[in-house]
Ligand binder design. Structure first.
Ligand code: ZN
Length: 423
C-alpha cells in the first residue's frame, strides 16, 4: 500500500460574537446580493430571531423573505417542499439559514437544487443515490446556528431521512459548505437546559471522535479527484479538537446549570465552532454511526426541553449514549490520544489505574452531572432491540471507515449491549 501523504483543510469564513447576527446584511451586500431567503423552522421562528435578522438586512439594502417551514430532522419530502417554496418565490441571490442543523442542512439542499439541475435523489450519497456532483457553483449561504453543537455551519454535508427507504443519508460535496458562519452567542441564551446538555454532548463527541479518528496518513494514497472532505485526524483538526475540549471542561456544566451565564454561553458557542472546524475535516466515527439508529428507531421517549408532539432522541443525546463504550473499544488503537483527551475534558478527574478507563470515566461523570439518560436503556431500548440497532449502524459505512480500529457487526452489538445501562 502507498501511504497517504496529503491532507486537506476547508472552512467557511467566520464572524463570531454578540451582535454578529445584526451585520449579515452588510456581509451579503459584499457578495453582491440584493434578495435573500431566510430559512428556519417554526420553533426558532417563534422566538422572533429570524424575522429580526431579516429586518436588520434591510438597513444594508437587502430584501429578505422568511421561510419557516423547515422540518426538524429533515426528510426528502420536507426538503422538496422547501425547495418548491424557494422556486415559487425566488429567484434569490443568497440564502441565510437560522436555526439548528435541520435549517442549515435544508438551506444547503435548496441552494444546491436552485443552482444545479436534476432531482434531490440523484445527489444522495451512494448506495442510496448516485452521488452526483454539482456542475455549477452555488449561491452564498450564510449559516447562523442558534443551537450550539451541530457544526452544520462548517460542514460540507446535509443529512436527511429518505422516507420511502426508511434510511438516513446525506449529500456530501465541498460546494455545500456555507460561505460564511455567523455565530452569535446571544441567540442561544433562550435554549432550555435539556437542549444545552444534549447539544453540548454533540460538541464533546465531535471533538473526541475527530481527535481519535483514523489518521489521514494511515489510508491508501488518493488521487486528487478521489479526495473526500473528511480525510481523517490531521494536525489542523487536532488543534481545534484540543481547544474545544478545554473550553468544554471550563464551561459545559455551568452553561447547563445557569442558562443566562453569558460567559459560559460564549465559551460553548466557541467550543462548538472549534469542534466544527475540526471534525468538518477529520470526520467522526462509532458514536455518530450508532446515533443514527438510536434516533431513527425511537419508541416513545420524549426528552425534556424539546417540543413534545413527537417521540425523539435528540442528536447529541443519541451520540453520547454509546460514546463511553465506543472509546473503551477504540482505546488500544491510539492510547495516548484517549488519555490526553480525558485530561483536557476532565482535568480534575480522579484517574483510575487503568488508563483505558480515563476517557470513559470522564464522559460518564459529565453525562451524569448534566442529566443525560442512563444509557440506551434510559431512552427505551432493551437487549432485544440490539440486532436492529446494529443493522442501522452497519449502514453508516462512511462514518465507520473513520474508526481507528476496524469494526464488525459483533463489535457494534457488544458496544450497544454494554451501553444499555451506564451507571
Ligand atoms: Zn453530531
Amino acid at each position: 500500500m502507498t501511504e497517504e501523504t496529503v491532507f486537506t483543510y476547508g472552512a467557511p469564513q467566520l464572524k463570531f460574537g454578540e451582535g454578529a447576527a445584526d451585520e449579515i446584511g452588510y456581509d451579503l451586500a459584499q457578495y453582491g446580493a440584493r434578495r435573500a431567503l431566510v430559512v428556519t423552522d417554526p420553533g426558532v421562528a417563534a422566538t422572533g430571531g429570524p424575522q429580526r435578522i431579516a429586518d436588520a438586512m434591510k438597513t444594508y439594502g437587502i430584501d429578505a423573505d422568511v421561510f419557516d417551514g423547515v422540518h426538524v430532522e429533515p426528510t426528502d419530502a420536507s426538503m422538496r417542499a422547501a425547495l418548491e417554496h424557494a422556486r415559487a418565490n425566488g429567484p434569490y441571490d443568497a440564502y441565510v439559514a437560522v436555526g439548528g442543523g435541520s435549517s442549515i442542512d435544508t438551506a444547503k439542499a435548496i441552494n444546491l437544487l436552485t443552482t444545479n439541475d436534476g432531482d434531490l435523489s440523484e445527489y444522495l450519497n451512494p448506495p442510496v443515490g448516485a452521488g452526483r456532483a454539482p456542475e455549477r457553483p452555488l449561491l452564498p449561504l450564510v449559516a447562523v446556528p442558534t443551537t450550539t453543537g451541530t457544526g452544520a455551519e462548517s460542514t460540507t454535508v446535509c443529512v436527511l431521512d429518505v422516507l420511502e427507504l426508511k434510511v438516513k443519508t446525506g449529500i456530501s460535496h465541498p460546494r455545500l459548505r456555507p460561505a460564511l458562519a455567523v455565530v452569535d452567542p446571544a441567540l442561544t441564551v433562550s435554549q432550555p437546559s435539556g437542549v444545552t446538555a444534549s447539544s453540548g454532548m454533540d460538541i464533546v463527541c465531535h471533538a473526541l471522535e475527530s481527535y481519535t479518528a483514523r489518521p489521514y496518513d494511515s489510508y491508501e494514497r488518493k488521487s486528487p479527484e478521489q479526495r473526500v472532505p473528511y480525510c481523517g485526524a490531521n494536525p489542523v483538526s487536532d488543534m481545534w479538537a484540543e481547544r474545544s475540549l478545554a473550553l468544554l471542561a471550563k464551561s459545559f456544566r455551568t452553561a447547563v446549570r445557569e442558562g443566562d451565564n453569558r460567559q459560559a454561553r460564549a465559551d460553548m458557542a466557541l467550543a462548538a465552532t472549534f469542534a466544527g472546524l475540526g471534525f468538518g475535516n477529520a470526520g467522526v466515527h462509532i458514536p455518530h454511526a450508532n446515533a443514527y439508529p438510536i434516533a431513527g428507531q425511537v419508541k416513545s421517549f420524549r426528552p425534556e426541553g424539546y417540543p413534545d408532539e413527537e417521540p425523539m432522541v435528540p442528536h447529541g443525546m443519541s451520540v453520547s449514549l454509546t460514546a463511553p463504550e465506543a472509546f473503551r473499544f477504540t482505546y488500544q488503537a491510539r492510547p495516548e490520544r484517549h488519555v490526553h483527551a480525558a485530561e483536557l475534558l476532565a482535568p480534575d478527574l480522579d484517574r483510575p489505574n487503568d488508563p483505558a478507563e480515563h476517557l470513559p470515566r470522564a464522559l460518564l461523570s459529565l453525562m451524569h452531572d448534566i442529566g443525560i439518560p442512563d444509557g440506551i436503556g434510559g431512552v427505551g431500548y432493551t437487549e432485544g432491540d440490539v440486532p436492529a440497532l446494529v443493522e442501522g449502524t452497519m449502514k453508516q459505512q462512511r462514518l465507520l471507515a473513520t474508526s481507528p480500529r476496524e469494526v464488525s457487526a459483533d463489535v457494534i452489538a457488544e458496544i450497544f449491549k454494554r451501553s444499555i445501562a451506564l451507571w
